[in-house]
Write a protein that binds this ligand. Structure first.
Ligand code: ADP
Length: 499
């Protein structure tokens, strides 16, 4: 009998459920959006009940529309928006506050205090992260203070969890309080070398150990789905943060392999093998996954404005009607005509880290037209990603061999070819673009024997598109040179303004 695996992909704007067959093909998919709550400028929250209800609805509905018999579902894997922080009552399971979403900046003062106390080098060394309000630690600290919960927390009456924990608690019989190593590595409370919660960081943020979940493997049976949900107990056999799951779903199992997700922003992760890499370029180190107690590590970097630059062309500049038009427009030119766009609307991330950089379009002449601006916006996505790839390559002393791609903008074949051109390496797009969900399904299927081992997974992983570089070395150097010059011109702009 054909076996199936379900992935629950709990994202920032929607909860989705995807059923895969043994060939790792999508059989059915369902997703529900939920509300984003903005109580104050810079604050972002989700209603925990909305997260849970949309996820359960998506699970029930995907099973219904697929027609797959419940007995044929071998396992369920969970992947989730990372860093988002929840707190609930251990006895009743009732959430004590809205989920504080990863984007929320309310705890920036806590991070400033840690840096003032000289904690930055320790945080980098222990957790692999740069101190930031983005990660869960300061959010948890804020919640305990704000709700005055320290005594109850010490007594073990309160549970902290990221979204994976919260779903595991609510979906699995016996209510296990767990998280997996990838999600733990995004809390800024976890020692990624020793694989344990770190006492010094817990002390610095005044967090009692009793609130923390047990840390489990990313692939392994945690427990059985509560039969009240689907009418049958099914093993829940994987937990992993979304980007980590996508790296796995992209089949990046060996050191040096990397994937880039082209969405609103870009997320680039590179497998660095069984030791965390120390970045000289402002990238973070993170646990890629933990299987059989053994950690694989990754370097991570992100581009803040990628597809968002295309949205800007469409919604603000009115240069295009649809994102997909950009491909034909860019192809109408033989080259970029010396025009570059640096879309640093919110500052510049790795490897430059200049929060005062502002967007610029440069190299304009009387001959510059709409197509040049559109092409420059597309090219900027590839250049920013290339800067991250080069930074990772230099951090691990390896030349990039290939880049695996996914996300909405990876549909743009001009962009993907240009990416291969400026990187000077192959760009590969898989046949399943839902790599986040696929990763969770593969991790779960691996735990219950749907796929016997990594080789079995390699055999089902399928490529859709492979692009090799077409640009000669001189041309590559010329465009990268132009880009880097443009980046320099964008830097410190807002700072100069202030002075
Ligand atoms: P997210 O998950 O961040 O919402 P998606 O993976 O759905 O993003 O991708 C959507 C983004 O990709 C949008 O910012 C959109 O502008 C961009 N995009 C979608 N299709 C194309 C395309 N064909 N060419 C260029 N950009 C595109």
């Amino acid at each position: 009998m054909q076996q199936y695996v379900i992935a629950l992909d709990q994202g920032t704007t929607s909860s989705r459920a995807v059923i895969f067959d043994e060939q790792a093909r999508i059989v059915a998919m369902k997703s529900y959006e939920f509300e984003q709550i903005y109580p104050q400028p810079g604050w972002v929250e989700h209603d925990p009940a909305a997260i849970l209800n949309t996820q359960v609805d998506a699970l029930r509905e995907v099973v219904r529309i697929s027609g797959v018999p419940l007995e044929a579902i071998a396992a369920i894997g969970i992947t989730n928006q990372r860093e988002t922080t929840l707190l609930w009552d251990r006895k009743t399971g009732r959430p004590l506050y809205n989920a504080i979403v990863w984007q929320c900046r309310r705890t920036a003062p806590i991070i400033r205090r840690l840096c003032d106390e000289g904690m930055e080098p320790y945080i980098r060394e222990t957790t692999g992260l740069v101190p930031d309000a983005y990660f869960s630690g300061s959010k948890l600290s804020w919640l305990l203070d704000h709700l005055d919960l320290h005594e109850r927390a010490e007594r073990g009456e309160i549970c902290f969890g990221t979204v994976d924990s919260y779903l595991a608690w609510n979906l699995i019989s016996g209510r296990p309080h767990v998280t997996d190593a990838t999600n733990a590595s995004r809390t800024m409370l976890f020692d990624i070398h020793k694989n344990t919660w770190d006492d010094a960081l817990l002390r610095a943020l005044n967090i009692p150990r009793a609130v923390l979940p047990d840390v489990v493997d990313s692939s392994g049976v945690i427990g059985m789905l509560d039969p009240a949900i689907l009418g049958r107990a099914i093993p829940v056999a994987a937990l992993a943060g979304d980007q980590h799951s996508a790296l796995f779903g992209q089949g990046c199992f060996e050191s040096g392999m990397m994937k880039n997700t082209y969405g609103t922003g870009c997320f680039l992760l590179m497998n660095t093998g069984d030791a965390p890499a120390k970045s000289q370029n402002g990238l973070v180190s993170t646990i890629a996954w933990r299987i059989g107690g053994k950690c694989t590590y990754a370097l991570e970097g992100s581009v803040f404005v990628a597809g968002a630059a295309i949205q800007w062309l469409r919604d603000e500049m009115k240069l295009i009607e649809r994102a997909s038009e950009t491909e034909t427009i860019a192809r109408s030119l033989a080259d970029n005509g010396g025009v570059y766009m640096v879309p640093t609307f919110t500052g510049l991330g790795a490897p430059y880290w200049d929060m005062y950089s502002r967007g610029t379009i440069i190299g304009l002449t009387r001959g510059t037209g709409r197509a040049h601006i559109v092409r420059a916006a597309l090219e900027s996505i590839a250049y920013q990603s290339a800067d991250l790839v080069f930074a990772m390559a230099s951090d691990c002393g390896q030349k990039p061999r290939e880049l695996r791609v996914d996300g909405g903008a990876s549909a743009n074949q001009f962009l993907m070819q240009f990416q291969a051109d400026v990187l000077g390496c192959r760009v590969i797009r898989p046949s399943v673009i839902e790599t986040t969900a696929l990763g969770a399904a593969l991790l779960a299927g691996l735990a219950v024997g749907v796929w016997r081992d990594m080789d079995a997974i390699r055999r089902v992983w399928q490529m859709d598109l492979s692009l090799t570089p077409q640009m000669d070395e001189a041309q590559r150097e010329a465009v990268l040179g132009g880009w880097h010059k443009a980046v320099q011109r964008s830097m410190r702009w807002a700072e100069e303004d202030r002075a």
